[in-house]
Design a protein around this ligand. Sequence first.
Ligand code: CP
Length: 315
Amino acid sequence: MKRFLKVEDIGNLDAALKEAAEVKKTPFAWQNLGKNKTAILIFFNSSLRTRLSTQKAAQNLGMNAIVLNVGTDSWQLETEMGVVMDGNKSEHLREAIPVIGSYADIIGVRSFAKFESREFDYQETILNQFIEYSGCPVISLESATRHPCQAFADLITIEEYKKVKRPKVVLTWAPHPKALPQAVPNSFAEWMKVADVDFVITCPEGYQLAPEFMKGAHYEPDQKKALEGADFVYAKNWSSYEHYGQILSKDMSWTVDAEHMSWTNNAKFMHCLPVRRNMIVTDEVIDSPNSIVIPEAANRVVSAQVVIKRMLESL
Ligand code: CP
């Protein structure tokens, strides 16, 4: 595997889920695979889960894992081509990336949407420069448009908790005080459309995801109808794609509370975390036995380890 950016990169999902179960059962069985190999994880944005789980996954495979927080641990990096660098950015990505590549065997990159231009964000300008200039396999640790390590962990979690062969999985928008990227819902939709689930997206008007992510998904604007009979409720906020990066609604009737969960088939509650309590979900729901947000986060190690293992196997 040379890159992990989207669902196509993982190949057959059943095979990936089997491998994930094996990795989870015996996480240290491949310690020799990563011996004398280095993973460098570059963070342009904050993280708790992605940073720790990817480091742990690399270490489980015997790798040395180095984290670099751009700007605080390094020079401020210029990301746009053709600019006169007379501001506060001391180094250009064009040099920084091949330098990082010369120290690494595998590179992970977190680079969120900037919300200055939909075109710039959806072209994945920064991630693509790492792919082009690093000379290394590249893992997206959440890019402007996708979060594949999260979506893979979400799928592993659904596989572990499902009670029927083809569960109903509902992605519901929920309110948030800040404008958030579309990466998590985009990836979740992309993966669920391929998985063996009955997938429904519900959100207020104006919050539909980009056409490539909505295409093939069942869209239900009525949140109650969408949640009826759900086996899994995946709550997430995102900003508008159409009115790019804007907050169109803070309607608290979309907050997932006990009444919302009562419409479901005793559904499990999921969220990628971090979560704003009593905005996205009430304390009562996230603290209930049906909440699986912690095992979901724990599975981030498993998803990252499968990806890094496959990359090491193809070096
Ligand atoms: N879910 C997730 O990616 O968490 P972090 O932003 O803390 O890494």
